[in-house]
Design a protein. Structure first.
Length: 260
């Protein structure tokens, strides 16, 4: 379905971003990976996605907290592929603390990577999309873009901001052939969430498995995690002709969290 198109997926060397990159590649899209990790592991992932799907896969290590590096990454991808047809703003970090104990530098880092990077990447990618008359901007928000939890002030503020940015982008690109939507996952067993479970287990003295179930059951009626593969499938759908009139929408994939 996406043969000949190119997707840039930020934060795609693991977790949700990797699942989305693999799903888009499976539909024929060339992919630009981005994220941190060991060089050998990233190269193995890049080569595997390319070999499995017969597409071109590149890697760019741009630091998503730095606007100049984001602009350079988009320019380099356009120089190689002609345009970024699909931009998935997924890069994210987390820090948990009460507001009065939240370090200033951690607030700045979360806002920079979880929110500002999406603005800078979208700003850089839109002109080429407009020239082609087609594009997809998919922002990975969160259930925390629609609801709040204590001790996550920066993350919740950033994800609410992502939903707002999505709506503004949709309004500004209406009628251009470009759509912009936000995917709002609930709990997903990514490395980020696994660390939260490990921290809970250390604090409570309970086992990892006990805290894993307790965490997901707090918010999720299904009592189960969403998977990167399911989120990747939703991203693929948003790139299809069936989704041409879906824009500006925050789409929950959260096991019923927002139904409560």
């Amino acid at each position: 379905m996406l043969k000949g198109k190119t997707a840039l997926v930020t934060g795609s060397t693991s977790g949700i971003g990797q699942g989305i990159a693999e799903a888009l590649a499976a539909e024929g899209a060339n992919v630009v990976l981005n994220g941190f990790g060991e060089a050998a592991a990233i190269e193995a992932l890049r080569a595997q996605i390319a070999a499995d799907n017969g597409v071109t896969v590149t890697y760019d290590g741009a630091d998503m907290s730095k606007p100049a590096e984001i602009a350079r990454m988009v320019k380099d991808a356009e120089g190689r592929f002609g345009a970024i047809d699909i931009l998935v703003n997924n890069a994210g970090i987390q820090y948990v603390a009460p507001i009065e104990e939240f370090p200033d530098d951690r607030w700045d880092a979360v806002i920079a990577i979880n929110l500002s990077s999406a603005f800078h990447a979208t700003k850089a990618a839109l002109p080429a999309m407009r020239k082609k008359g087609w594009g997809r901007v998919i922002n990975i928000a969160s259930a925390h873009g629609l609801a709040a939890s204590a001790n996550k002030s920066a993350y919740v503020a950033a994800k609410h901001g992502i939903v707002g940015l999505t709506k503004v982008t949709a309004l500004e690109t209406g009628g251009s052939g470009i759509t912009c939507n936000a995917i709002c996952p609930g709990w997903v067993l990514t490395p980020l969430v696994k660390k939260q479970i490990e921290d809970r287990a250390k604090t409570s003295g309970k086992s990892y498995e006990e805290e894993k179930l307790a965490l997901v059951a707090e918010k999720t009626p299904s009592k189960d995690f969403s998977t990167p593969e399911q989120i990747g499938g939703l991203a693929v759908f948003l790139c299809s002709a069936s989704a041409d009139q879906i824009t500006g929408a925050p789409l929950s994939i959260d096991g019923g969290w927002m139904a409560q």
